[in-house]
Design a protein around this ligand. Structure first.
Ligand code: ZN
Length: 42
């Protein structure tokens, strides 16, 4: 069984699939796009 903290440590840095911006917070809330690309007003 995998330790959850180890699992997240081992994840590669998450990057926005639209602009390539490196995301460091909100690991899984917005899928693979950053706040800018995922902005509801855009
Ligand atoms: Zn983006």
């Amino acid at each position: 069984m995998m330790n959850v903290l180890d699992f997240f440590k081992n994840l590669p840095k998450k990057m926005c699939t639209q602009c390539g911006f490196e995301m460091v917070e909100q690991a899984d809330c917005y899928g693979n796009v950053c706040d800018e690309c995922n902005h509801p007003a855009r």
